[in-house]
Design a protein around this ligand. Sequence first.
Ligand SMILES: C[S@@+](CC[C@H](N)C(=O)[O-])C[C@H]1O[C@@H](n2cnc3c(N)ncnc32)[C@H](O)[C@@H]1O
Length: 305
Amino acid sequence: MNQRQPSEYKDAKLDFSDHLRNSIRDYWWDYDFLQLMQKRLGLSKLKNGLDLGCGMGHWTRAILPHLHPEAAITGIDSNVEWIQEAIHLSSQRMNFDFGDAYSIPFPDETFDFVTCQTLLMHLEKPADAIKEMYRVLKKDGVIFLAEPNNYGNLVRINSAQECLSPAERLQITELYTTIEEGKKIVGDGFMGILYQLPKLAQNNGFKHVQCYRNDVVFNIFPPYKNDAQKAMLDFLLIFMEKGYAYIFPREITEKYFLAANNDKALYRKLMNTSDKLNDIYKEQIINKTFEGSFGPDMIITAGVK
Ligand SMILES: C[S@@+](CC[C@H](N)C(=O)[O-])C[C@H]1O[C@@H](n2cnc3c(N)ncnc32)[C@H](O)[C@@H]1O
């Protein structure tokens, strides 16, 4: 195994700070849905697992209660800052360390299961990571890969969007779709990876490949009483105040857009509409008139070695 060193990841292509530090990820899954996954995937029998690209360990912490009572999970990530945060938040039966999804620092057939959440959508070569997952899994071991349906999340249904004309809403869709195309072109992963995962898993040796849709919906309506609503509004406000387009900071937005379409005048025009939309969001959230329905629309793709 050729392990790269943590310092080689310093120029991390994407900065996940605003995505991971907000508490919204704590509301992505319902306990009862994960109980259903426990039954369907036989999670309660699994003792030794790996969470790849674990970030701050949100997913690691969500799944641990659904495994065997003595189960332990190792989380690895190529960003040591996240590993330190994950260690800080960890409890018993969790270990976190630096590691690369393309070259997993464990011998063949180590784990009963390998999982990941919102990792594969950011990798240039997701198939290579899936091959590595296969290698480190024991025979009959399970993978379960959680990725969002982000194309569904592109078109948001809410009271801010309603204030735009149909032509402006199309501009927003064009902006977001072009950004996603550029993300793929520069090698930062493919937001639509979700639909390719069943085939990728099957082509790399996994059997019994199945997909399951999580049923969480963030319904936001005043007076925003519950914690998930508050977390979602915080998440939106951070992004709007920083002038994000879709879910990306401005400098990344520009890089991705121009990689897919070098028409700078079009980029400026679409960003003007995006800024207008951000201002509407901010005003409505601050005035407590905002209403909306959001994903996360998470899907689990599972398979057996
Ligand atoms: C969107 S975050 C998801 C974090 C976590 N799984 C969660 O759901 O909260 C993607 C994570 O993948 C990590 N990552 C990106 N490329 C990686 C690689 N080649 N090997 C390991 N981790 C990687 C990033 O550092 C980041 O923490």
